[in-house]
Design a protein. Structure first.
Length: 475
């Protein structure tokens, strides 16, 4: 500065500018608290700040204070929550890494993915892990990945389901290689009294009934889902079930006294839901076990029978070779015994199975089972040119049934290759739309192309006018 007066004037301007910056920031905060579009112009350049400061140099301090006094009372009425507007998140992997580092430091070894064992760690580490678990966030992606890992460890196989169904069937005999389905039911100590033996026997039978109900419903839902999704997916699962002897397995299940199976009383009424949650549990006696419930049939077993009949219908519908399997395994007398159950839906599916094989059973069977034929005519829907009631030579001849399955299998393999094969080796391969992979492919050019490349550029690129507006319009 040239003189002391200029120095004092510069200090006054600097103090006034610093005060204006604070006042301007305060007024912007008050304005932004009420402005819904405050984030759109949050970033301002320094030059704009300097322009604003220079523009307010001539402002009257009294007028500015009066403006602030009018803004502050309105701002004091608005209350905002303290703290951050979001909660911190921690992944399961972060907790695992923290515990691995802590165990390596204080103990000298790690426990892998264990996040619960804190033995040997100091108290601050315990508090840190507790805080981390309070803010743990599990995303949908983590849940899906964990479910896929569980499915890989325990794959759902159709053959495994059929083995479980075979082991739970009432007519199956215990074998050394059969699946142990009673591991969760049998106690560690065998029953001593007669009452304990009766209770254990009911629990074992009830456990088998629940397994049959679950497996039959699962098979039916799988077939219905795949048929809705695509017919060849349904045929693929159906062929697997047929080749795994599902048809004789279901017939073996029905080759029993089906009336006694449906009317079985393998439940204790005082322990059933919701009775056990409303009333006090009495002391179990032999009379209580023998009393059972008052229903005429076991809805669980009836549900299982209907599901298995529907699965058998879906496997054999419009398949002459599988219908012949019903004839070969002598399913007609087995299904006729199931008609003794006076339940409309179950009788409907039994009559459907009898209807598709009547043309293969011969004239003598149809003559001696006229009641069954009349029931089929009354209960089951027919098609316009349906010839179920008499034998048709063309459809009844058991030729080329194996060829029918082979053609179906070839169609299924073609569908799977086209839909799910990663490297299809046929002419309808999928088009590669990735720009990087297409440009990264090595293209073999002819030898004369190297000599005529400049001529080709001149003729095909430079001399041809490009209409950019048309390209933009079309694309």
């Amino acid at each position: 500065p040239a003189s002391a007066g200029d120095l004092m004037e510069q200090q006054q301007k600097r103090g006034r500018r610093r005060r204006r910056v604070l006042v301007k920031q305060d007024s912007l905060d008050l304005y932004n608290e009420r402005d819904p579009f405050k984030n759109e112009e949050a970033g301002m350049d320094e030059e704009d700040n300097d322009d604003l400061e220079n523009g307010t140099e001539g402002e009257d301090p009294l007028e500015r204070d009066s403006v602030l006094q009018t803004l502050r009372p309105n701002a004091e009425k608005v209350s905002f929550p303290k703290g951050l507007p979001w909660a911190p998140k921690v992944r399961e992997k972060d907790i695992e890494n923290f515990l691995e580092a802590s165990r390596s430091k204080f103990i000298g070894f790690t426990l892998g993915h264990d996040t619960d064992t804190l033995v040997g760690l100091p108290q601050p580490i315990h508090e840190s892990v507790k805080t981390l678990k309070q803010h743990k966030y599990i995303s949908i992606a983590d849940v899906q990945i964990k479910n896929e890992e569980d499915l890989e460890r325990c794959p759902v196989s159709l053959i495994a389901l059929l083995k479980i169904l075979l082991a739970a069937a009432p007519t199956s005999k215990a074998k050394t290689d059969s699946i142990n389905i009673l591991a969760d039911v049998l106690p560690e100590e065998m029953p001593i009294t007669v009452l304990q033996s009766m209770e254990l026997g009911m629990d074992v039978n009830r456990h088998k009934e629940i397994i049959v109900k679950s497996v039959s419903a699962l098979l039916l839902l799988l077939l219905k889902h795949f048929k809705l999704n695509h017919i060849y997916q349904f045929e693929y699962v159906s062929q697997h079930l047929v080749f795994a002897n599902c048809i004789p397995l279901i017939l073996k299940f029905f080759n029993q006294n089906i009336m006694s199976y449906i009317c079985a009383k393998n439940s204790i009424s005082v322990l059933d839901y919701p009775y056990c949650t409303v009333h006090e549990l009495p002391e179990l006696t032999a009379e209580t076990l023998e009393a059972g419930d008052n229903s005429q049939f076991c809805w669980r077993n009836l549900y299982s029978c209907i599901n298995l009949l529907r699965v058998l219908n879906k496997l054999t519908k419009w398949k002459h070779s599988r219908t012949m399997m019903l004839v070969v395994f002598k399913s007609a007398p087995i299904l006729k015994r199931a008609l003794k159950v006076k339940q409309a839906m179950m009788q409907l599916y039994v009559l459907k199975l009898l209807k598709i094989q009547t043309k293969y059973l011969g004239r003598q069977w149809r003559k001696s089972n006229m009641k069954t034929m009349s029931a089929i005519y009354q209960k089951v829907r027919h098609r316009m040119n349906d010839d179920w009631a008499y034998g048709n030579d063309i459809d009844a001849r058991p030729w080329d049934f194996q060829a029918e399955e082979c053609i179906l299998r070839a169609n299924i393999e073609s569908f799977n290759n086209r839909r799910y094969d990663q490297n299809p080796g046929w002419e309808f391969a999928s088009v590669d739309n990735c720009l990087q992979s297409v440009l990264g492919q090595r293209v073999e050019l002819p030898e004369d192309f190297h000599y005529t490349y400049e001529l080709w550029l001149e003729r095909e690129v430079f001399s041809q006018p490009i209409h950019w507006e048309d390209l933009l319009h079309h694309h």
